[in-house]
Write a protein that binds this ligand. Structure first.
Ligand code: FE
Length: 179
C-alpha cells in the first residue's frame, strides 16, 4: 500500500466502486451531511416504497442510490429515508402522496429510489427533500441537488456538498448522520 493514502480515501474508494456504475470516489464519512430547511411541503406518514413510478408518471427517470454512514464511517442499517419532491411540472402533491415515500437502508446501509427528475419551481433550483434517521437517533432533514444545473447559481440554498454525483439516468448520494 502506498504511503500517503488516507484511511478516508481507501474507504471512499472501497464503498463507491463495487456498488454502482458510477465509479467515482466520494467522501463517504467523517463530516455529517449538512442539514437544510424542511420547506413548506413535507407531509408525515408517507407510504413505504422505493419506487415513485406510477402508471401515469411523466418525466425523466432517475435512479438515486447511495449509502447511509455514521460519522465513524460505519454503514447504518435500517436507517429511515423519507423522500419527497416536486413532479415534472414543479408541483408537490399536497393532497396525496405522489413522489413521496419512505424506505429503510439495508444491512450495508444502502438505499435505492426510483423516481423522476423534479422540475424547478419559482425561487428554487432542482432538488429532492429527504429526512434520514438512524434507529432511535436524531433526524437529519436536508435537500439534495443536481450538479451543473443552471438554476443552482440562482438558489441561495444550493450547496455543492449536497449535490449528487450524476450518471446517465442515475444519481448517487451518501449520507453521514448521527448514528
Ligand atoms: Fe422543495
Amino acid at each position: 500500500m502506498r504511503k500517503g493514502i488516507s484511511r478516508r480515501e481507501l474507504l471512499a474508494a472501497g464503498v463507491a466502486l463495487p456498488f454502482s456504475g458510477l465509479a467515482f470516489a466520494q467522501l463517504t464519512c467523517g463530516e455529517r451531511t449538512a442539514p437544510q430547511t424542511e420547506g413548506p411541503f413535507f407531509k408525515p406518514k408517507s407510504p413505504e416504497r422505493s419506487s415513485f413510478f406510477e402508471n401515469d408518471f411523466q418525466g425523466e427517470k432517475l435512479i438515486l442510490t447511495g449509502r447511509v454512514f455514521s460519522s465513524a464511517c460505519k454503514p447504518v442499517p435500517k436507517a429511515l429515508l423519507d423522500f419527497w419532491q416536486a413532479d415534472d411540472s414543479g408541483e408537490y402533491d399536497n393532497r396525496g402522496f405522489r413522489y413521496r415515500g419512505h424506505q429503510f437502508s439495508d444491512a450495508e446501509g444502502r438505499f435505492r429510489l426510483e423516481t423522476i427528475m423534479p422540475a424547478v419551481y419559482p425561487g428554487r433550483t432542482r432538488h429532492i427533500h429527504v429526512k434520514v434517521q438512524a434507529p432511535g437517533r436524531s433526524i437529519l432533514t436536508t435537500q439534495i441537488y443536481f450538479p451543473g444545473d443552471p438554476a443552482n447559481r440562482r438558489d441561495s440554498l444550493f450547496r455543492e456538498d449536497l449535490a449528487m454525483r450524476r450518471g446517465a439516468g442515475e444519481g448517487r448520494f451518501d449520507f453521514v448522520i448521527d448514528a
